[in-house]
Design a protein around this ligand. Structure first.
Ligand code: PMP
Length: 406
């Protein structure tokens, strides 16, 4: 039994009180975006009520206050992910931005004959920027295959690695299948051949608290909106040596040391990668979201979420004709499924009528759907504020959809 007081936690999330189609909302689309607790909403309101100002450039009081709180948030992020130096924390607009920053930066480091490895279970945001990089440089993109359980085939990965491998990209947790990938093994093996590794932590960070120094990863990206924070803000971690080598991504204010029409010199880290006015309030709220989740504790969160998905998995599998995609030994928070002969979209539509929010489709991971030869799945994804009663409603809803559609 969980140590978390789920009923009390649910009161922190105002949106969980609303109704959809006359039914209490059952929100099971947490892998797409998580809900926001009042504690974080209060921080956002406080910012706009009391100290909204541009940062890093003002002598006036409001600007100083905003700068201080924003930089405190950077330190909270640093501490949470156990990052050695606060200037290795780059504020981004989210995972997609972080990945594009690195992929663009690597353009001058790659040449024809180099190889880039990407896992078979990536989100499109961790495929397309690398394809674009390969098109620019002539490097070759190779795929680390997965098995039917949705696990990477590590022997194949080992045999793909060679002295031409320059970069490896992989998600920590798959958003479509819930697989937790063996990233420490992936990172260590890549380093053996001198390749850099970027781990996409977008789907992991709400469930697992990664120790980035222990992982020895080169780059790690997250989005705040998947972990109780607002949209439009995230973090890119990069090892200092890499961030020094990489060229700036965007030019603009904030990222310069000195500008003349003859030559511009760039600011030190992290500002070199933070051109323009950032999402100040978002960064501050990201820090507040980490405070909120750490107050609950990631051990308690992941333990309770595991209970929920085990409970849900057993009940769903009892439904005749229901198949779950993603049966890895190590998985978290996501159940992707189909019922024989029924299109996932039709199930999702009936669930919506019952107030149950799930996602249907390819989940921005078309290669996974091609692998299983399916058009998409129904995906229920869980957070610590979900309950077993909500799982029961999902299961009832799926049964009802099945009897209506078959
Ligand atoms: N990678 C994974 C594994 C994701 O789940 C997502 C969001 N669905 C992304 C990347 C992209 O994140 P964002 O849209 O916040 O940039």
């Amino acid at each position: 039994e969980t140590s978390l007081d789920i009923a009390a936690i649910r009161k922190d999330f105002p949106i969980l009180n609303r109704e959809v189609n006359g039914q209490p909302l059952v929100y099971l689309d947490n892998a797409a975006t998580s809900q926001t607790p009042q504690q974080v909403i209060d921080v956002i309101v406080d910012y706009y009520h009391n100290y909204n100002a541009n940062i890093h450039r003002g002598v006036h009081r409001l600007s100083q206050e905003a700068t201080d709180v924003y930089e405190e948030a950077r330190k909270k992020i640093q501490k949470h992910f156990n990052i050695a130096k606060s200037h290795e924390v780059i504020f981004t607009s989210g995972t997609t931005h972080g990945i594009n920053l690195v992929a663009t930066g690597f353009t001058s480091f790659l040449k024809k004959g180099d190889e880039v490895l990407v896992s078979a279970m990536e989100h499109h945001s961790n495929i397309v920027p690398w394809q674009m990089l390969c098109e620019r440089t002539g490097a070759q993109l190779k795929v680390i295959p997965m098995n039917l359980d949705g696990e990477l085939v590590m022997e194949e990965y080992q045999s793909l690695l060679c002295e031409n491998t320059k970069l490896v990209f992989c998600n920590h947790v798959s958003n479509a299948l819930g697989t937790i990938n063996p990233i420490k093994e992936i990172i260590d093996a890549a380093h053996e051949v001198g390749a850099a590794v970027l781990i996409d932590g977008a789907q992991a960070a709400a469930h697992i608290k990664p120790d980035l120094q222990a992982l020895d990863v080169d780059f790690y990206t997250v989005s705040a909106h998947k972990m109780c924070g607002p949209t439009g803000v995230g973090m890119l971690y990069g090892k200092e040596e890499w961030l020094k080598k990489l060229p700036p991504y965007q030019g603009g204010g904030e990222m310069i040391a000195e500008v003349t029409f003859e030559k511009t010199t760039y600011a030190d880290l992290p500002h070199k990668f933070e051109a323009g006015t950032p999402n100040i309030c978002g960064g501050i709220a990201f820090g507040a979201a980490l405070d909120y989740m750490n107050h609950l504790g990631f051990d308690a969160i992941s333990q309770y979420e595991d209970e929920l998905i085990q409970y849900a998995t057993a009940q769903l599998l009892a439904i005749d004709g229901l198949k779950i995609y993603g049966t890895a030994k190590h998985k978290t928070s996501v159940i992707s499924f189909n019922i024989e002969g029924i299109h996932p979209y039709d199930i999702g539509t009936i669930l919506d009528k019952l107030g149950i929010a799930v996602r249907t489709g390819h989940h921005c991971a078309q290669p996974i759907m091609d692998f299983y030869k399916i058009p998409g799945t129904v995906r229920a994804s869980f957070s610590f504020y979900n309950t077993k009663e909500e799982v029961d409603k999902l299961v009832e809803g799926v049964k009802r959809a099945k009897s209506m559609l078959q």
